[in-house]
Every structure is written in C-alpha cells, then in structure tokens.
Design a protein around this ligand. Structure first.
Ligand SMILES: Nc1ncnc2c1ncn2[C@@H]1O[C@H](COP(=O)(O)OP(=O)(O)OP(=O)(O)O)[C@@H](O)[C@H]1O
Ligand SMILES: [Mg+2]
Length: 326
C-alpha cells in the first residue's frame, strides 16, 4: 500500500489537572494540535518549545501511553486506537531521553534485542534472530561482537542510545518517536546520534519525530519543525525557513534565547521550579494568545481572542500579526 502514508494527528487535546495553591486547576497540556508527519517519503519532524510546553505529553499520546480527551490520530487511514498494541508498536517505536531507562540493568543488552525480536514474532530460530541483531547493530554503526554478553553499564550513553535505536529498528518501524534523545549525552556525541537519525531516514525510509530543546540540532536534521507554546503549535513549516526567519514572536524569542551569550540570562530552562510551574499553568489558561503576557508585539485583540492559523507560503503561523499578511 503506497498511497496515503502519513501519521496524522487531528485536533488533539489533553487535559490535566494540577494543584495550584489550595485549588485544583485544569489546563490543556496539549491544546487542539493538528499535525501530519509524512511516512512515505519519510521525514524528520522536529518538535521544539520551552520546558512544559507539552512536547512529551504529545509524544506520550502518539505512543498511546496516555489518551487524549479530544481528537483523533491516524496511521495511514486507520485510527491508532483500533490497532492491537503489538501491531501498533511494530509501526511506531519510542526512543527515550535516558538510554539507561530503555534497558534492564540486570539483563545482558543483546538479550533485550533478542527478546524484542521474539516478542514481536519477527523470527523464531536462534540463528535468524542473531543475524537480525547483527544487522540492526550494523545499521547503528556497532557490531555484534562488541555488544554481545555485555550489560548496559558497560556502555557509554552514546553507545547505549545507539543500541536502543538498534532495538527499535528490529521491528522495522515507520516512525521513531524520540523525546530528547540526545539531551543526556555529551555534546560531542549528540551530533553522531542525530546524524544516525538522518542516515536512517535516508537509507531505511524511517520517519522521526525529534523532540528537543536544542534548536541547533533541530535545525540541522529536521525537514520541518513545529513550535510548541503551552499546548499549542504556533508555527509549523520548513525547519530552515522557520529558524532562519522565525515569524511567530514566540519562535523569535526561542531563537534569541538560544543566542543569548550570558547563560545566566537564558530564558529557557530544563527544570521547572514551582514558581515557573505556576506561570506555565497561568499561561496555559490565558484567554487569547498564550504568549500575550510575554509578547513585545501584543495588541488588545491578542488578549481577547485566540488567533487562528495564517498561511505564509508553506508555513502556518498562529498569530494575528499575519492575519492580513500577503
Ligand atoms: N501526568 C501529568 N499530570 C498533570 N500534569 C502534567 C502531567 N504530565 C505533564 N504535566 C504538565 O503538563 C505540562 C506539559 O508537560 P510536558 O512534560 O508535556 O512538557 P515538555 O514540553 O515535554 O517539557 P520538557 O521540555 O521539560 O520535557 C507541564 O506543565 C507539566 O507539568
Ligand atoms: Mg518533555
């Protein structure tokens, strides 16, 4: 089946409630997100945004770890809720932030790949399983001899992340959902892992949802990016075009934050303090545009009304500035 190969997220909303002082407040951690990721031809879609913008929530919805209150998600033309879970996981595989989380520390690493092949019924015979392990490790630049019989702690984070990718590859997925897959690795290793994603896309027709704080790797490997702001996707389009010339004031702010040479002034943080968390929730609940309190270009309408999406060439921007933009 060649036609219509895409992963399609339609108007998805996830509501969480969190304690704010003495009351419990609901907010939309993912708010009416619509997004398509092409599976054929494959693409790398970068999802970027500050801490607490809803990226992992969206990833967990895609992986069916959690379920949205509103919206539908289709793999090609089949609703993902209608898949039997093993069948679904054959198509969509996760790569986690901390590679050590992907493996049981008490279990030999190759055994984990072995069991994945068995559990997914990819092969039964020991010899064919071993040749599949060999092949998948080769695909990530490792060889079976250096992996065989070793426990996770005997590898570096970068090697183990490659092995996690190799494990995901044995089921021949269409899409990898990689949530901050390089943020725990040394800077020197990050590029080699993101390069691996690029290579897998080109050689194995694999699409990747690459979730990151790091605009530079997103720029480097993504075909398209989506920028998340408090549950909303506010700018979607070609990665180079968006990051070279961001249109949404929030994307501009993200880019400036990255370029801020004084790290103490950096506005993007990985950790959420209690105070930040309260600000995050109030921004989530903000009527109108969720960036209004921080936006240098905000006008009265931004406080009152939620902007729609405006198209500028192939790009979509959720900002009133572009309402009459030609
Ligand atoms: N299970 C949950 N229950 C309640 N609130 C949650 C839950 N999971 C996440 N949140 C909240 O939802 C918001 C979005 O969180 P999410 O983890 O999706 O953000 P993120 O963009 O992945 O952030 P980071 O870049 O720090 O990983 C945050 O305010 C977070 O505190
Ligand atoms: Mg996250």
């Amino acid at each position: 089946m060649k036609e219509n190969k895409k992963f399609s997220i339609q108007n998805v909303t996830k509501i969480f409630s969190q304690r704010v002082l003495l009351s419990k407040e609901e907010f939309k951690a993912v708010d009416d997100v619509t997004l398509e990721i092409s599976l054929d031809p494959p693409e790398i879609f970068g999802l970027v945004g500050e801490s607490g913008s809803g990226k992992s929530t969206l990833a967990n919805i895609i992986l069916q770890i959690i379920y949205p209150e509103v919206g539908k998600i289709y793999l090609n033309s089949k609703n993902i809720a209608d898949f039997e879970i093993t069948e679904f996981m054959k198509h969509i595989q996760p790569i986690f932030q901390d590679p050590f989380d992907s493996f049981d520390p008490m279990k030999k690493t190759d055994l984990f790949i072995y069991e994945t092949i068995k559990n997914f019924n990819i092969a039964k015979e020991k010899s064919s399983i071993e040749s599949l392990i060999n092949e998948s490790l080769k695909n990530v630049g490792l060889d079976y001899k250096t992996v065989k019989g070793k426990y996770p702690h005997e590898f570096s984070g970068g090697q183990l992340q490659r092995i996690a990718v190799a494990r995901a590859l044995v089921v021949h997925p269409l899409l990898l959902v990689a949530d901050e897959p390089v943020s725990m690795l040394d800077a020197s290793l990050r590029i080699s892992i993101v390069n691996l994603f690029k290579e897998l896309k080109e050689k194995h027709n694999l699409s990747v949802l690459y979730i990151t704080h790091d605009l530079s790797t997103a720029y480097y490997i993504s075909d398209r990016i989506g920028v998340m702001l408090r549950g909303n996707l506010v700018e979607i389009g070609n990665a180079k075009e968006i990051l070279d010339e961001p249109l949404h004031p929030y994307t501009q702010f993200l880019k400036e934050s990255v370029l801020e040479p004084d790290p103490t002034k950096k506005k993007i943080t990985l950790e959420e303090s209690e105070e930040q968390r309260m600000t995050v929730i109030s921004e989530y609940q903000q009527k109108g545009c969720k960036f209004v309190n921080r936006c240098p270009k905000a006008t009265d309408i931004c406080k009152e009304k939620e902007p729609g999406y405006y198209s500028i060439k192939d790009r979509k921007v959720k900002c009133f500035l572009y309402e009459n933009f030609k």
